[in-house]
Design a protein around this ligand. Sequence first.
Ligand SMILES: Cc1cc2nc3c(=O)[nH]c(=O)nc-3n(C[C@H](O)[C@H](O)[C@H](O)COP(=O)(O)OP(=O)(O)OC[C@H]3O[C@@H](n4cnc5c(N)ncnc54)[C@H](O)[C@@H]3O)c2cc1C
Length: 497
Amino acid sequence: MPSLASLGLTLFCLLGHTVSQSFQSTSRTVLDRGPSGLNLSPGAELYVANKDGKFDTTIAQRWSDFQNPTFLGIVVVANENDIINTIKFATKNKIPFLTLGGTHGYSTTLSKVQNGIAIDLRKSFISVSVNSAANTATVGGAALIQDLVNAVHGAGKQTPTGTCPCVGILGAALGGGIGRLQGMHGLMSDNIISARMVLANGNAVTVSATENKDLFWAIRGAGHNFGVVTQATIKVYPQQNNGNHVNGDLIFTADKLEAFYTLLNAQTPLPAPLSIFSLFVKLDPAAAPVILVNMVYAGPEAEGRAIIAKFSALGTVSTLVVVVPWNKLSDTAALGLGNAVCARGNRKNMFGVGLKTINIVAMRDIFNTFSEMLKNYPDTVGSAITIESFSVQGVQAFSDASSAYPHRDINNHVLLNMAYSDASIDNAITNYSMAIRAKFQANTGFPSLKTYMNYGRGDEPNAVLYGQSKLQTLGVAKKKYDPSGVFNAYHAIPACN
Ligand SMILES: Cc1cc2nc3c(=O)[nH]c(=O)nc-3n(C[C@H](O)[C@H](O)[C@H](O)COP(=O)(O)OP(=O)(O)OC[C@H]3O[C@@H](n4cnc5c(N)ncnc54)[C@H](O)[C@@H]3O)c2cc1C
């Protein structure tokens, strides 16, 4: 029987309070690279913001300009010691800091870092090497998904990755890492064998199934909370179908919405090699939004073509089916939109929701609301509502207890990507997006809300992002490894006993 005190602590932990953190504004003049300051190695670069808070280079440009972190200085670290010394300097001076990987993170929680220091891994921690005999790849802390795909494909192997080429491997994998090959091999995080990381106290440690096991469990689903991962070793698998994937791009007019989602629900859970993305999007700015469907089958061509044909038979504006090597998929899939989505800059006002099934009536309502927003705010013409439908077979081959990742039963990940340039419409677009998110949330097919943490906006309760059942263990790990909450910028987990 637990004591009242321990119950109280548990409740405190589960309610999701955050540890207070001193984000005090500090003069940029404090940033000195010498031994009495950051104590950087000769190979490190230090960029200091001008008095307007701007940098003379494009180094600070992120994927999104919406609710961003701001920095007094950016330290382009050259080695592990630079990371250790920067963390020690920042914590001693109570300056918030943030690791920069692919800089595609968009959670509004990142804006908690104001006048901080960036620990930029993008120069010296970007290598990817494959050990073919061992079926492993070792990736740097800021290596990108396309770097991994190129290296692994080149070695005649495959491994699960996120879909967009420009995203940081570890930025994605530390939160789970969902993507097209998850039906066969699980999440990116399921495939981490070991990682090297620098902790809040400046210690560098290795985590694996045999070393720092509690931390190894925690970083595979909630990893951004616990340190700077400088490199990780992951599993790779023998390539199937000579590394070729069947890619189908189908365009449906809006009147096919009900038929399309009825057929999609009927295929769920999807077969292991199949992923289906459906996007509400304007392909022609002057025309009505359409439903763009991208289907990728990582199996034999005939099987892939047969499944795509079932959907195409509903009646498309166009159907394009090609077989492409894995390393060229992002150039091809969804008419090449994956590459376009990578473009930096512009405001990206983002929301995510996890669905078990797709509610057809709600989808029509959502399509109408989205169309109304596009009409009333023409600046949002580049926006999209995307539903990423994945197989969960490979994901469920790993037990829920195996890592901190909580949502192995999400069949469909919704992403609202509202893109525009005019900051004066932020509130209006946020209101539209919240109304649309509420329609999804009212129809998830789950008894409680679930959102993949990397797709979270930053306003969700922690139970939604991390799963109620994981919060206590995560809170205990947080207390052990980051008691002061210096790694609290990205969907912070409160420390608890
Ligand atoms: C266009 C686009 C496509 C996406 N597609 C997918 C997808 O297919 N699958 C998927 O799972 N997710 C996807 N995401 C979501 C993505 O996983 C998150 O946005 C992720 O946080 C991006 O990581 P990053 O390294 O690029 O960004 P960053 O902004 O650099 O990092 C995001 C967070 O992770 C931390 N971080 C980054 N690297 C490290 C590290 N080495 N050690 C410790 N902390 C680190 C940062 O400090 C920050 O808190 C996509 C996002 C975008 C914008």
